[in-house]
Design a protein around this ligand. Structure first.
Ligand code: KG4
Ligand code: ZN
Length: 337
């Protein structure tokens, strides 16, 4: 028999994502983003995001069905992000998923957004080695995870005590006058600068934990830039971007490899929007090579929020015989890993 066809719906932040997979084969990944509506506010506005999800849901589902070349009636299961994320945004996806599941008479799988950022890699690189270490870095999260089995068992080893890595990128971009979301702009500006130009502080560098801290770094960059401006000097944007970026990726890769060593794991996966960062990818590869650790990073389009990641984890749950969820599952904005 054919492997089940799973529709995945993601609405935890500002991307309306709909993905379709069969088993762990990617068939469609349609994304509608409201990011431009938030840009002038310098951050995601929850009410604006919820409304945008509502408007984008049906067309995005139709686009995904088109891409996959399948019909509604072919869908065997519906997976949806149950949390964590923005409450109102999650609610739109969960309500839509329930409606599709009931309408089609198929099971519903509520999945964890963070575990889905890990599971998505299987669509590109095949089965995840068990166990793996995962570094999850996005606008909302920065965590190190021990992953014995992405469907059954994901253990948090550490996380940020203040800002998420992506949040730090976005805030520093703002200080440098770059548009929101700032990560890709810092990445591009940094390519023209030197990561060694300014020695910015690395939070929790040698504290023996697997936690992160980025708010001190963000403040240090803001102070440094203000001092330049006050002195009437031009701010060397490329050098500041590169030096800030170097501080972030130095800590992220250092702690990720510490986690691999501590738990004697030879496979590291990096996921989440910040995993699209070119310097993070390069430094992680360099340090993994030196440590004899295999590195997996999904292509950028699978790192940022999308529906394929939700379909991938849903499909994994179907295969593992876990679930389905009750039809009254809530959207849980602070769902733990
Ligand atoms: O995973 P994601 O799409 O949404 C969340 O779940 O947060 O991540 C978005 C974050 C934003 O903070 C964005 O600035 C950052 O990922 N980002 C990057 C890059 N591309 C996206 N950060 C650094 N370098 C990039 N190339
Ligand atoms: Zn995410």
């Amino acid at each position: 028999a054919d492997l089940p066809l799973v529709l995945g719906i993601e609405t935890s932040c500002d991307e309306t994502g709909v993905g379709i997979v069969r088993g762990q084969t990617l068939l469609a990944n349609a994304v509608a983003s409201s990011v431009e509506e938030h840009a002038r506010f310098g951050g995601v506005v929850p009410e604006v995001a919820s409304r945008a999800h509502l408007e984008a849901m049906t067309p995005t589902v139709e686009r995904a069905l088109d891409q996959a070349g399948v019909r509604f009636a072919d869908i065997d299961a519906v997976a949806v992000t149950a949390g964590p994320g923005l409450a109102g945004a999650l609610l739109v996806g969960v309500a839509a998923a329930k409606a599709y599941a009931v309408g089609l008479g198929v099971p519903l799988y509520g999945v964890n957004h963070l575990a889905a950022h890990v599971a998505v890699d299987q669509l590109e690189h095949g089965p995840l080695p068990k166990p793996s270490i995962a570094l999850l870095v996005s606008g909302g999260h920065s965590s190190l995870l021990l992953v014995p089995d992405v469907a059954k068992d994901v253990i948090s080893l550490g996380s940020t005590v203040d800002d998420a890595a992506g949040e730090a990128f976005d805030k520093v971009a703002r200080v440098l006058g770059l548009p929101f979301p700032g990560g890709p702009h810092i990445d591009r500006a940094a390519a023209q600068g030197s990561g060694a130009a300014v020695a910015f502080p690395r939070g929790k560098y040698d504290d023996g934990t697997l936690d992160f801290s980025f708010s001190g770094l963000k403040t240090a960059v803001a102070r440094w830039v203000e001092a330049k401006e006050r002195a009437g000097e031009t701010v060397p944007v490329a050098d500041v971007a590169a030096s800030f970026q170097e501080a972030v990726v130095d800590v992220l890769t250092r702690k990720a490899l510490q986690a691999c060593r501590k738990y004697d794991v030879q496979d590291l996966l990096i996921g989440g929007g910040v995993a699209a960062n070119s310097r993070l990818r390069a430094l992680a590869q360099e340090r993994c090579d030196a440590a004899g650790v295999r590195l997996r990073v999904p292509r950028p389009g699978l790192c940022t929020d999308n529906g394929a990641m939700i379909a991938a984890l849903g499909s994994e749950l179907v295969a593992a015989g876990i679930g389905p969820s009750a039809l009254d599952i809530p959207a849980d904005s602070s769902l733990p890993i």
